[in-house]
Design a protein around this ligand. Sequence first.
Ligand SMILES: [Zn+2]
Length: 136
Amino acid sequence: MEYDYHCTVCRGHLRIGNKLVFSAKTRDNKYGLIFLSPELGDYTTEHHPDFDIQEGEEYLFYCPICHARLNHTENEKLVRIFMVDEKGAEYEIFFSGIAGEKCTYRMRDKEKEELGPDSEKYRQYFDLPDEYRKYL
Ligand SMILES: [Zn+2]
């Protein structure tokens, strides 16, 4: 299926061919580009060998077009983008910005779909009413 992915700020296309492209940065300012798979639940990543991605390290993700930070403001461990399916339906996609964590959440109209072996990790966050999320 050919889904499109958009930046939540500029709505620019993040999918090029069969990759999602992001600019990423560690807390100690190591920068690089990272490619992710557009297949939800496929956690294959590609990056230049000089951009040394460490398991368990937290990454900040940026739109490569407008440079907005895509980590969710309420929970910076989660990266938030939009997905549009072939019928034009829009979903919010959240995935972990921590290297090695395999979890994806797809939301639409309060319906949540979880993918990945680590999806339990942030489940509680999505099950809470909005006003409590900021305390996590
Ligand atoms: Zn953007």
